[in-house]
Ligand binder design. Structure first.
Ligand SMILES: [Mg+2]
Length: 209
């Protein structure tokens, strides 16, 4: 069985608003709730970074200091005894690899920046955006059952395409998409729900692990 988890808002705080508050760059603090098109949002952030003369290492100093939520590392440790755990996120590897390490070297699937020779961000490669459903269907066609957990609309395709969606403190628009699902409000309850999913898979005798 595979557990596919969102990162920001589930296992750790959002990184961009931390950068926005520290550097006083409002474009960093905008979210997909302000600008629905993630590509456009990222272009605004890259332009703002250039205008503020901030390089990737400047941003990384802050991003790498972000700590997981209390209990997130232990949560992942317990989940790993039930199956394979992957984090599928709209974050960037250059920001979040240390966070993944702090989470017990979790497997991270995320986007990448494009840089010039001076470390300035010139663009980005969105490998994850719009691909979550494909990643899940890849796992499924290899015979795995997939449980997924996310908190926001950017997790919609992940949650819709998996076998066991778990809504973690979801934004209202996401909760509306799953009228039958009771959201979970903490990682203890999330673990109970994912353990139950695993039990169901085991009982049905399908290839879950
Ligand atoms: Mg999130």
């Amino acid at each position: 069985m595979i557990f596919a988890l969102d990162l920001e808002g589930v296992l750790a705080p959002e990184i961009w608003p931390v950068l926005g508050a520290h550097f006083g760059v409002p474009e960093f603090s905008l979210t997909t709730r302000d600008i629905g098109d993630f590509d456009e949002l990222m272009r605004k952030r890259v332009t703002a970074a250039a205008r503020a003369r901030l390089t990737l290492p400047d941003l990384q100093r802050l991003a790498h200091a972000v700590e997981p939520y209390l209990g997130a590392r232990e949560f992942l440790g317990r989940l790993r005894t039930l199956g394979n755990v992957v984090i599928i996120s709209d974050t960037f590897h250059e920001f979040s690899e240390p966070l993944a390490a702090k989470l017990g070297h979790a497997s991270l699937f995320a986007n990448r920046f494009e840089l010039d020779t001076e470390g300035r961000i010139t663009g980005f490669k969105l490998r994850i955006r719009g691909q979550k459903e494909r990643i899940v269907s890849g796992f499924k066609s290899a015979g795995y059952k997939v449980a997924a957990m996310g908190d926001s609309l950017n997790d919609l395709s992940l949650l819709k395409s998996c076998d066991f969606p778990v809504l973690y403190r979801p934004v209202e628009a996401l909760a509306r998409e799953f009228p039958g699902e009771t959201p979970v409000l903490n990682l203890d309850d999330a673990l109970l729900k994912l353990e139950e999913a695993k039990r169901q898979v085991d009982e049905n005798g399908t290839n879950g692990s």
